[in-house]
Design a protein around this ligand. Structure first.
Ligand code: MOS
Length: 763
């Protein structure tokens, strides 16, 4: 006789397959533009072909003659919507350059007209027949262009208020035994999510439903309502799935309120699917950056001086800055630190978040510079990092809640075979190929924001979880279901998930890698409320009285303690005792240190994110170490990356399967940010040249033949109830530096400007 082993509980920490896997691979998952509409009008954007100047006139005669065209809307006849404030200045918008307001043109690709037609083909055909007479002025495009204006970024954004600084950098640098300084540059990049920037708007009386891929349905709902001057509760945003976003769908773009206003006027649903080319201009992007890093050290490698100055491009309209020195000034132990970030204004669309926004460019500079310093010191680059490892960040002296950076390096070095590396460049080869090994640190702030959830448990274990989280490929459905299954002790198959709808309890933007920590913490808290009700029904009254006497602290009772513990619950018995078949709870969770107005702000679609370096007396980051092997052909200078390996420690991993795929994707994207990706600018016209997936280089499988992800277990009780640090952005930080460090090891050439192109290699 055999006894079957008990099924492992499919709960937190188990590598269960994606909740949405079958829907996605069978094509059943409906994205925003897939949602069928009744008798829709199709909208097609006409965008500016100049970057600066004005529209003198339109000639719409030919366009209007196309059969099926209903109307063409320009600044001359568009409804005047209320101006939108930038998301970081208390608003919701990704840009304050509101199109269709006047004849002024402030950026290439600005929306200047919208063709409305009975079908997509007619709208598109007519758009090509719209004739525009412009008076064009000469735009300034990027760094070094005539007419750019530069100013310190400090204080211009709500989330970017400081240039971290401690000690006396100038003196320490001057006194240092070894000095290094280097200048680095990263290019503009566009997110290029597979799912295009689509918006469908449907009015039902005075209520508006918006189908749009968004990383923040509550933000979008409130932002559109403000622009339309209507009550936010009249607006509903729905997106069960988001086909990639990476920051580009995090804040409201101007298109949404415009489409909503057109639908209101036409009294018909209006559907817009912007083209990929248009997406380069009507949404945000990662702006190009420049860096100057200065490092001073003792002969034994101890850092005594560090300065990081950065410059970033933004638009004329908005002072957007990512400001990554808040991380690079805190990564290593160093007593004298200085930093400064400046915004350089050009005639461009406003940039925004793109996966690991500040760390990708800023850590490229720092982690390249650390490798350069190690070489100068004739020291292994991992040892240099060990000597400068920190338990407290140097700026405010706050302790890290946990920090496994060196454990990641040590594990990675073993797994990668780092000991086989020869530190002298050009000393490893295989036939025509020079071989190089490189590594770099990665880190990403642990962030959390208030969230609310509703959970309903039935007597038979069926569970319904409602929270306006977002499935942007991050595994949100899966990990939130796991959190509920774990807490309520039900099989995960019995959990039904409802996310991606602003009628659900609000959750924060799926950005800044906060989403799993925030949503799971909220859902776990609400599940505890359910457990409390059930425990209360079944715990014997005498034991409650007895235990109450020895109780543990204010607000703690035997029931609440039992609910929070792992103590098993007899569900059927509890339901019988309560005499009900369904228990439902709603709750609002906020992280430690979130401000008093957090919950009100949450319903208003405004974030109160806490974490990273901004916590009160601690600092929370996830860490990792990345290793890269490159092969550079001696003759053609072709660069290949046969191996990528990353070791990560990010607190509790809710699901190793979804986490692994996130981190793999990160590593591949990080490698690509060194070798492939760049938006090319035509400086004469401030225009993006390669605005399509044929010319915008992204990696394919052949570019990443071996990608290995190792996750170290790490327990951190100081961050949030879920113990989660977040992994969405950790994987692609530092990889670009690791690639360049490996190229140096292979060739002796230091590439400080991304992306690396083979013509930059001279061997
Ligand atoms: Mo992300 S760039 O925080 O969506």
């Amino acid at each position: 006789m055999t006894t079957a082993a008990p099924e492992p509980k499919a709960n937190m920490g188990q590598p269960i397959p994606r909740y949405d896997a079958v829907a996605k691979v069978t094509g059943k998952a409906a994205y925003a533009a897939d949602v069928p509409l009744v008798n829709p009008v199709h909208a097609y954007l006409v965008t500016s072909s100049i970057a600066k100047g004005r529209i003198d006139s339109f000639d719409l005669a030919a366009a209007k003659r196309v059969r099926g065209v209903i109307a063409i809307v320009t600044h001359e006849n568009a409804e005047k919507l209320r101006d939108a404030k930038l998301f970081s200045n208390g608003g919701y918008a990704s840009t304050t350059n509101q199109p269709l307001k006047s004849n002024e043109i402030a950026e290439e690709g600005q929306i200047i007209a919208i063709v409305l037609a009975e079908n997509y083909e007619a709208a598109r055909e007519a758009s090509h027949l719209v004739k525009v007479n412009y008076t064009a002025a000469t735009p300034t495009t990027t760094f070094d262009s005539l007419g750019v204006t530069s100013a310190p970024a400090k204080g211009q954004l709500a989330r970017f208020k400081e240039d971290p600084k401690v000690g006396d950098f100038a003196k320490a640098y001057n006194d240092a035994q070894v000095r290094f300084n280097g200048e680095y540059e990263t290019p503009p990049q566009h997110h290029n999510p597979m799912e295009l920037f689509a918006t469908s708007c449907v009015w039902n009386g005075d209520s508006l439903t918006i189908y749009e891929p968004s990383q923040y349905v509550h933000g979008l709902k409130n932002g559109v309502a403000a622009q339309l001057r209507i009550d936010a509760d009249k607006v509903r945003v729905i997106n069960a799935y988001v086909g990639g976003a990476f920051g580009s769908k995090g804040s409201m773009t101007p298109r949404t309120a415009i489409i909503a206003s057109l639908a209101r006027q036409l009294r018909r649903p209006v559907k817009l699917v912007a083209t990929r080319e248009q997406g380069f201009n009507i949404a945000t992007y990662r702006a190009e950056t420049r860096h100057h890093v200065q490092l001073g050290a003792d002969n034994d490698g101890k850092l005594i001086a560090l300065r990081h100055e950065g410059w970033e491009i933004s638009s004329r309209a908005d002072a957007y800055a990512v400001g990554g020195t808040k991380t690079t000034t805190r990564l290593y132990d160093c007593p004298n630190v200085e930093s400064l970030v400046s915004i350089v204004r050009a005639d461009r669309n406003t940039p925004g978040f793109m996966r690991s926004p500040p760390e990708v460019p800023y850590m490229f500079a720092l982690e390249s510079a650390m490798d350069e310093l190690a070489f100068r010191l004739k020291m292994d680059p991992i040892e240099l990092r060990r000597i400068n490892d920190a338990t407290k960040e140097p700026i405010g002296g706050k302790p890290f809640t946990s920090r496994s950076l060196m454990a990641c390096f040590d594990e990675g070095a073993k797994a990668f075979g780092w000991a086989n590396r020869k530190s002298e460049p050009k000393s490893m080869s295989d036939g025509d190929w020079l071989i190089g090994y490189g590594c770099a640190a990665t880190c990403y702030p642990t962030q959390m924001a208030p969230a609310a959830a509703r959970v309903r448990l039935q007597h038979d274990g069926r569970t319904r979880v409602e929270i306006a989280g977002h499935e942007i490929g991050n595994g949100a459905y899966t990990v939130i279901a796991q959190a509920a299954a774990e807490k309520l002790d039900v099989p995960v198959e019995k959990v039904s998930m409802f996310i991606g709808d602003s009628d659900l309890p609000p959750a924060p933007v799926a950005g800044g890698s906060n989403s799993t920590a925030s949503t799971c913490s909220a859902v776990m808290m609400v599940c505890d409320q359910i457990r409390q009700r059930l425990f209360k029904a079944v715990m014997p009254r005498e034991s409650l009285v007895d235990k109450a006497k020895e109780t543990v602290g204010i607000g703690k009772t035997p029931v609440t303690e039992a609910a929070k513990s792992d103590q098993p619950l007899d569900r059927e018995k509890a339901f019988d005792a309560l005499g009900v078949s369904v228990v439902e709870e709603y709750g609002e969770w906020k992280p430690d240190g979130a401000p008093m107005d957090s919950f009100r702000a949450m319903y208003n679609g405004q974030m109160r994110m806490v974490g990273g370096p901004e916590m009160k007396d601690k600092i929370a980051y996830a860490f990792g170490a990345e290793f890269v092997e490159v092969r550079v052909n001696r003759w053609t200078h072709e660069i290949r990356v046969p191996r990528l390996l990353g070791v990560f420690a990010a607190g509790h991993i809710m699901n190793p399967r979804t986490a692994r795929s996130q981190l793999m994707g990160g590593l591949i994207w990080g490698m690509s940010s060194a070798l492939h990706e760049a938006t090319e600018l035509d400086e004469r016209y401030a225009r993006y040249v390669n605005d399509n997936l044929a010319d915008y280089l992204v990696p394919v499988n052949a570019d990443a033949p071996s990608v290995e992800v190792i996750m170290l277990s790490e327990q951190d009780d100081q961050i949030n109830p879920a113990g989660v640090k977040g992994i969405g952005e950790l994987g692609n930080v530092g990889t670009n530096a690791a690639v360049c460090n490996a190229i140096f090891n292979a060739t002796g050439q230091r590439i400080r400007r991304l992306p690396v192109r083979l013509e930059q290699i001279e061997t």
